[in-house]
Design a protein around this ligand. Structure first.
Ligand SMILES: [Zn+2]
Length: 414
C-alpha cells in the first residue's frame, strides 16, 4: 500500500512502486498536463510554480522582468475592485504572458482558487477529453520536431531556432545550445532521471540537485566565471527566470542584442567544457583562463566569418593543456602567457598567480595594440607578471613562461 503524504498532484512514484501505483502516477502525469488553477482570490496559487495561465502550450509565465517578482497571484490583484493591477503585471511579465494574464476574468464574489481541467470549457475532467489532449500534444510535438507546424506557438519556436542557427557562433556551440534547449546535457539530474546515476548531486560542489541551471549558472566554477562578466549582462541574466532551458535559450537568441547573446551562450559552453575537464580528467581551469578561452573563441570566430570556409580548419583552437607544476612550499607561482589576436593587429598578455597548493590568488590580462611579435609579447607578459605581483603585494614568487628565448635573454641581461 502506498501512502500519499501530501496532495495527489505532488505524489512521487517512489523506489518500489506497485503496478497499480505506477498506473496511478502515469494518470497523475496526464492530469498535470491539463489541470490548471482557476483564479479566485489568487491566495493559493504560486505564480512561478503553478499552472494558472489559460492558453495553449505552457500554463505558467515564461519569465520575470524584475529581479524579485511577486510570488502569489493574489499580489497581482487589487482586492477592492477585484481587477488585475495592470501596471504591476506589465512591469513584471513579458507581453507574451501579461496579455493573457490581464484577460483572465476575476470574480467579484469572494472565492478561493480551484483546480479545473483546461481542455473543457466547463472545467470538468473526462477520460475522453484527456485522450484528445494526449493525441493533440503528440501531434504538436511531432510538428515541432518535424518542422511542419501550423499553430502559432510552433511557428514562433521554429523562428527562434532559425535565429539560433543564423547566429555567428561556431557550430559546436550551436549544437551545445540545441542540446541544452532539449535538456539533454548530461547534468546530474538528467543522468539520475535516465537511471544512469544513483544521485543527482553536482560532482564539483556536491550540491544536491545538479540541474542545467546549477551547472551553468549557480555552481561555484560557473559563478566565478560569470563574476568576470559585464555587470549589465549579469543583471540581465539574473532577471531571466526560466526553468525550461528551451525558453531560456530562445529568449537569449531572440530578445537581446546578438553580441550579448553570443557572449552568454559561448560562456555557457566554456563553463560546460571546463566542468567536463574537471570531472572527467581532473583538470581544473581557473575562471580567468576560462574567460580567456571565451574571448579567444569569440574573436576567432568573428575573424573566421570573414575568410574562406576551407581555411577554417587552420584556425581551430589547438588544445593546450599543460600540467601545472607547484612551486616550492611558501612560494607563489605566476604563470604567464601571450597570444596574438587572429586579425594579427594586437597582442594579449596574461598572468595568473597561484599559491603552492595550486589555489587561485589573482590574475591579470592586458591587450597590447600593434605588437604582434611572439617573443616581445612573452617578454611583456613577464613584465606584466612582475608589475602585478608588486600591485598585489606578493613578495616571494616564481614566474613561469613558456618561451625559452625570453628566459635565455633575461638570464643574459647585464
Ligand atoms: Zn555544483
Amino acid at each position: 500500500m502506498h501512502r500519499v503524504k501530501s496532495d495527489l498532484l505532488s505524489a512521487h512514484i517512489g523506489s518500489k512502486p506497485s503496478k497499480t501505483w505506477r498506473a496511478i502516477c502515469d494518470g497523475i502525469d496526464v492530469l498535470k498536463q491539463g489541470l490548471i488553477k482557476r483564479i479566485g482570490d489568487g491566495a493559493t496559487t504560486l505564480i512561478w510554480a503553478c499552472n494558472w495561465i489559460p492558453r495553449t502550450g505552457i500554463f505558467r509565465p515564461i519569465a520575470s522582468k524584475v529581479p524579485e517578482p511577486p510570488v502569489l497571484v493574489s499580489e497581482l490583484i487589487d482586492h477592492t475592485s477585484m481587477t488585475w493591477k495592470a501596471e504591476l503585471v506589465r512591469n513584471c511579465f513579458f507581453d507574451f504572458d501579461s496579455d493573457v494574464i490581464l484577460q483572465i476574468p476575476l470574480s467579484m464574489r469572494k472565492q478561493e482558487d480551484f483546480w479545473a481541467w483546461h481542455h473543457e470549457t466547463n472545467g470538468l475532467f473526462t477520460v475522453c477529453s484527456a485522450y484528445r489532449m494526449l493525441v493533440e500534444t503528440k501531434k504538436n510535438r511531432e510538428d515541432y520536431f518535424g518542422s511542419c507546424g501550423n499553430c502559432s506557438d510552433v511557428q514562433r519556436i521554429q523562428k527562434e531556432w532559425k535565429h539560433l542557427w543564423r547566429m555567428k557562433m561556431p557550430s559546436k556551440i550551436k549544437v551545445f545550445c540545441w542540446r541544452l534547449a532539449h535538456n539533454s546535457l548530461p547534468t546530474g539530474s538528467v543522468l539520475k532521471n535516465k537511471n544512469l546515476a544513483n544521485t543527482a548531486n553536482c560532482k564539483i560542489c556536491g550540491a544536491e540537485e545538479d540541474t542545467w541551471i546549477h551547472s551553468l549558472l549557480q555552481c561555484n566554477i560557473s559563478k566565478c566565471v560569470w563574476a568576470l562578466m559585464d555587470e549589465d549582462l549579469l543583471d540581465l541574466l539574473a532577471s531571466l527566470r526560466f526553468s525550461d532551458p528551451k525558453y531560456w535559450v530562445s529568449y537569449i537568441c531572440c530578445n537581446i542584442p546578438q553580441a550579448d547573446g553570443i557572449r552568454i551562450l559561448v560562456t555557457c559552453w566554456a563553463i560546460w567544457y571546463a566542468r567536463r575537464k574537471a570531472i572527467h580528467e581532473g583538470i581544473f581551469k581557473s575562471p580567468f583562463s576560462i574567460m580567456i578561452m571565451i574571448n579567444r573563441l569569440i574573436e576567432e570566430f568573428e575573424f573566421v566569418q570573414g575568410i574562406d570556409f576551407k581555411e577554417k580548419d587552420l584556425y581551430q583552437e589547438k588544445s593546450r593543456t599543460h600540467n601545472w607544476i607547484a612551486p616550492q612550499n611558501g612560494l607563489s607561482k605566476i604563470n604567464t602567457d601571450a597570444a596574438i589576436d587572429r586579425t594579427g593587429t594586437k597582442g594579449v598578455v596574461a598572468a595568473v598567480c597561484r599559491n603552492d597548493q595550486g589555489g587561485f590568488i589573482a590574475a591579470s590580462a592586458m591587450v597590447i595594440p600593434h605588437i604582434t611579435d611572439p617573443e616581445t609579447l612573452e617578454a611583456m607578459a613577464c613584465l606584466e607578471a612582475l608589475a602585478f605581483a608588486e600591485d598585489c603585494g606578493i613578495r616571494s614568487f616564481v614566474v613561469a613562461l613558456d618561451c625559452l628565448n625570453v628566459v635565455k635573454n633575461i638570464r643574459e641581461m647585464p
